[in-house]
Design a binder for this molecule. Structure first.
Ligand code: ADP
Ligand code: MG
Length: 698
């Protein structure tokens, strides 16, 4: 087999490929477009398209597609072949600059939340040259943004690019104030750690709930779960190792910097993390990671579960979104510096994040809200739904010292101008409690841990970029107008700490007492569910901020809110229907058959010996019969409740009913079924149990 450096990025039309295939002047103007957002001339596009096509054909591609990220959360593609008929018969392979730059998929089936009337079904896709084209199978994939004809974003990439631009603009204003004249651009960098479960395809196929909803809707607690904590970082089983090896190879060919992989806490749970890159490319790459996880798993007879909570009572899967901001000259703005000036700049950016997270807790929370993640947040080692920041003791002490105007005592260093000591280098805090924070500072980046494993990371990063851009804008407005920069800077940092320190919490986020303190004493928000938080997308302060920075229009926000709530409703309704179906056609009949067999066995025993004790059988049959009654009744109740939803037009009201009523009924039905599972002989149970699923991959 070839060495990794030989095939890394071999399926990507990256800088190397561009340099090798494009004439120098065309290469230069394409680079300008990529780096500075300059518009691409059609004559340049034609040359690029021709080179891209030749390159793609040489790699075996026959088709091309505009690859985009509609609001469904997955990626979409419609393949067109390169072939073009010749007059005398036969074909040539063609691909024009126009086809590269713009596509017009019939997009009427993608959710638009009312943005696109059905008579105006078409949307268009536009090439995002900042993310390289790549080959998947036989298809050249061109990363694109997806808009309606009147320019409304119908995807996740467009607002992400807009939020990056907003952050860039405001961060540059701050850097100029600190005398930085060389940085041309500031970008957010993201490294998402992706968690997932693996189960064997054989067992997966036997569970309708996994197949239809991605999570188990039934399942009694197994005798052994994750108690032993022996899985985390444990040795990787050969079958999983083979899978990971192939996964890495496929990702590397696509230029995805897959770097680390290890077992997670729960049995059957694993993680893959790439080396960080710009938020935009990280988002595209994470979509590819999720897609390839599933494809490669199948090749190994496995199924990859990306659901946030595939198993109740066992750790869920998240996606830790590691986020930092850096200049094009390579300076990480969240890294403490060597000089007081650098430190002051670091503290200002840190304060911008603290303020952003406090002011826009709701946006961060709702950016990760889905029916699936609602089950994960606040349960089994997942961060709670309350947003707070972990800074670690040392940095917190620095901020406290600044706020109170006392010298920072943690360090030996002398007090310097700006009232800021030379800060110590902060290292990632590996203490356990750090893992409980939804938003943790880890030395030179923040780790946002609320993102769900199946979510696109676009939404979280859009909100993060925008909220921080807003803090920076407010800071820049103040500082640009100040007569004495240093005094104003000092004042601003102090004021920000004072106003926003409530969001800083270094304690145990899993502790019930924290939720009480957070909500009652600190006034932090606790939106437990999607219907709780999603409507706040349209709160005036949020709409004002997001429109001010040109990240969303009001119409786009309205449509997104509607789509997310609709998605929540549909997800839960599918789950409810699946439960009813499994309870009625699989579970109740199995329990009934078992009860009948036990009764029959008892009867035949009686004929053998009329004096024999049948208390075990009688007791069991009684219990099982009571349970089948309960299961049937609960299934019926749930079914009727779902039917009643059909009359509800308003998606907000519907989502609240689902949260308050349907989910409870689902819980009750599950309880009865899980109890029946513990009483029914294993050979009668109609599908694999938790114990089977969690320990099936060897
Ligand atoms: P772990 O969390 O497994 O201990 P790290 O903290 O080193 O490992 O990295 C986790 C993820 O954070 C990786 O995807 C890595 O690329 C990313 N990361 C590291 N540094 C940065 C940074 N400055 N900005 C954004 N992401 C980063
Ligand atoms: Mg981590």
């Amino acid at each position: 087999m070839k060495n990794v450096p030989d095939y890394f990025g071999s399926l990507v039309f990256d800088d190397r490929a561009m340099r090798a295939t494009l004439p120098p002047d065309v290469y230069d103007s394409l680079k300008k477009t990529i780096n500075e957002g300059k518009e691409l001339d059609i004559s340049v596009a034609n040359v690029v398209a021709a080179a891209m096509k030749e390159w793609a054909i040489s790699k075996g591609a026959t088709h091309f597609t505009h690859w985009f990220q509609p609001l469904t959360g997955i990626t979409a593609e419609k393949h067109d072949s390169f072939i073009s008929p010749l007059p005398g018969g036969g074909v040539i392979m063609e691909f024009s600059g126009k086809e590269l730059i713009k596509g017009e998929p019939d997009a009427s089936s993608f959710p638009s939340g009312g943005l696109r009337a059905t008579f105006e079904a078409r949307g268009y896709t536009a090439w995002d040259p900042t993310s390289y084209a790549f080959i998947k199978g036989k298809t050249l994939c061109i990363p694109t943004a997806f808009c309606s004809y009147d320019g409304h974003a119908l995807d996740k990439k467009t607002p992400l690019l807009r939020s990056m631009e907003a952050l860039n603009k405001q961060a540059l204003r701050i850097l100029r104030l600190f005398g930085n004249t060389t940085a041309k651009c500031v970008r957010p960098y993201v490294g998402p750690e992706q968690e997932y479960f693996l189960v064997t395809k054989e067992l997966y196929d036997q569970r309708p709930d996994l197949r239809f909803t991605g999570r188990t809707l039934f399942g009694a607690k197994p005798p052994r779960g994750q108690e032993l904590e022996d899985h985390y970082f444990g040795s990787i089983k050969p079958r999983v190792e083979a899978f990971m090896q192939e996964l890495n190879k496929e990702l590397w060919k696509l230029g995805v910097l897959a770097k680390t992989e290890h077992n997670e806490v729960a049995p059957g749970q694993h993680e893959i993390a790439p080396i960080y890159t710009t938020a935009n490319i990280a988002t595209d790459h994470n979509q590819l990671v999720m897609e390839l996880l599933q494809k490669v798993a199948l090749k190994h007879g496995l199924v990859c579960l990306l659901h946030e909570k595939p198993f109740a009572g066992v750790n869920g899967s998240g996606k830790h979104n590691n986020w930092s901001i850096a200049t094009d000259t390579g300076q990480n703005l969240l890294s403490p510096g060597e000089t007081p000036y650098e430190n002051a700049q670091f503290l200002l950016f840190l304060c911008a994040v603290i303020k952003a997270v406090d002011d826009y807790q709701d946006l961060l929370r709702l950016s990760v809200a889905t029916a699936g993640n609602d089950h994960r947040l606040g349960a089994n080692e997942a961060p709670p739904a309350v947003v707070s920041i972990f800074l670690g003791d040392e940095l917190t002490a620095v901020l406290e010292a600044i706020e109170s105007g006392t010298p920072y005592r943690g360090s030996e260093k002398t007090q310097l101008k700006l009232g800021v000591d030379v800060l110590p280098k902060f290292h990632r805090d590996n203490t356990d409690r750090n893992r409980t924070s939804p938003f943790a500072f880890t030395g030179n980046k923040f780790e946002f841990r609320m993102v769900g494993s199946s979510n696109s990371i676009a939404c979280a990063n859009i909100m993060l970029n925008s909220a921080v851009a807003e803090s920076l804008k407010i800071f820049a407005d103040t500082l640009e107008a100040a007569e004495d920069f240093e005094a104003a800077l000092n004042e601003l940092i102090k004021k920000t700490i004072k106003e926003h320190k409530r969001i800083i919490f270094n304690g145990n986020g899993y502790d019930e007492s924290w939720i009480k303190e957070a909500t009652e004493k600190r006034g932090l928000l606790n939106y437990r569910t999607t219907p709780d938080c999603m409507p706040h997308l349209l709160d005036k302060k949020n709409v004002d901020m997001l429109t001010r920075h040109g990240v969303y229009t009001y119409e786009e926000l309205k449509s997104r809110c509607e789509i997310m709530l609709d998605n929540y409703c549909k997800t839960v309704i599918i789950e409810a229907n699946t439960m009813v179906n499994m309870a009625k056609t699989q579970i109740a009949p199995a329990v009934e058959t078992y009860a009948a067999d036990v009764a029959r066995a008892a009867a035949s025993k009686k004929t053998l010996d009329s004096g024999i004790s049948l208390s075990y059988e009688t007791g069991l049959v009684r219990k099982l019969s009571a349970l089948t009654e309960r299961i049937a009744a609960k299934a019926e109740e749930l079914e009727n409740a779902v039917l009643a939803l059909q009359n509800m037009q308003d998606v907000g009201a519907k989502s609240v009913t689902i949260r308050d009523n349907i989910l409870n009924l689902m819980g009750e039905l599950r309880l009865a079924c899980d109890e029946a599972e513990t009483l029914t002989a294993k050979s009668y149970w109609p599908f694999p149990t938790y114990a089977d699923l969690l320990f099936c991959v060897r």
